[in-house]
Design a binder for this molecule. Structure first.
Ligand code: ADP
Length: 187
């Protein structure tokens, strides 16, 4: 098994309802709330989250900042700003990878032991899910292997299509094959 992957759990659901130490928000650079998962997190956390975010002075694409979770079940929210998909030739892959890396920098600094991610950039920002989930799972597995104190990483997919992509890609990573979806069953 690829090191770190044993800590990864893929589920379908609403990240605002997950009882876990920290959740990640796919925010925009203002950090003042928006649509999608960002709007849902701010709605549940309440106005105190917006107040704390206001003091952070925004966030660059590929970076991450942490706040408390307020009325969320999660103690912490790590806000990261994914890249807007512009065709794939504008550094989108690397910027998405940096979102995960910067989140895990904060996990390390705060000794966070369990965290849940949404599928960053694959909603309003238009990043293709099959490409985004390869980057996500690679970075999560790398951090899982490196960070001894981190014992659980959830990826919370809102819809079945996204979950299917993550599951197929994780199977691929686990089996070490290039594309298990087209693999001959008899092999
Ligand atoms: P981005 O702007 O980074 O693309 P979005 O919030 O538009 O962020 O979408 C990112 C992913 O989060 C999408 O797959 C979207 O369906 C999903 N999503 C939306 N609401 C929630 C939620 N409450 N919990 C988990 N995932 C969510």
């Amino acid at each position: 098994m690829a090191p770190g992957t044993e800590k990864i759990h893929l589920i379908q659901g609403d990240i605002t309802r997950v009882k876990i130490q920290a959740i990640v928000n796919a925010a925009n650079s203002s950090l003042l709330g928006g649509g999608g998962v960002d709007g849902a997190i701010h709605r549940v956390a309440g106005p105190e989250l917006r107040e704390e975010c206001r003091k952070l002075g925004g966030c660059e694409t590929g970076d991450a900042k942490i706040t408390k979770g307020y009325r969320l079940p999660a103690q912490w929210v790590i806000h990261t700003v994914g890249p807007v998909w512009r065709g794939g030739e504008h550094g989108e892959d690397e910027l998405l990878a940096w979102c995960y890396r910067r989140c895990f920098d904060l996990v390390r600094e705060l000794n966070i032991t369990e965290i849940a991610f949404p599928s960053i950039s694959t909603g309003a920002y238009g990043f293709p899910v099959d490409r985004a989930c390869r980057i996500a799972l690679r970075e999560i597995a790398r951090a899982g292997a490196e960070l001894d104190r981190l014992h659980r990483v959830l990826v919370v997919c809102f819809d079945a299509g996204t979950l299917n992509e993550y599951q197929a890609t994780l199977r691929e990573v686990l089996s070490g094959t290039k594309d298990p979806r087209t693999k001959n069953q008899n092999q």
